[in-house]
Design a protein. Sequence first.
Length: 122
Amino acid sequence: MSVSFAQLQALSEQIFTENCPTRVVLDHVMSKWGVLVLLALTDGTARWGELRRSVDGISEKMLASTLRTLEADGFVRRTAYPEVPPRVEYALTPLGHDLMERMMPLMVWVAGNAESIVSARR
């Protein structure tokens, strides 16, 4: 899928303006924790503890905040089961799957080049 800058501008003439909604979406989706939580959910449903273990280094507060944001944006679905003890599961919505279909090639590129990029900065 190849998109030119001109095609992108045609979709949203305001893409570079300060109040463009794309900035909000980019902030949520492309944040370090947003990307990692979305990646952790790419292969299926996960519970809180599974996400916490998958996304090494994320605090409970940041995981909760990230999940709330991604849920409010429509990328993640939270399902709470009325059991004792309570069970909550998180999964990508169709919009989340659509996003990750497009983001995975970028993440493959990042993973394949991250070491050389970071070592070049030293």
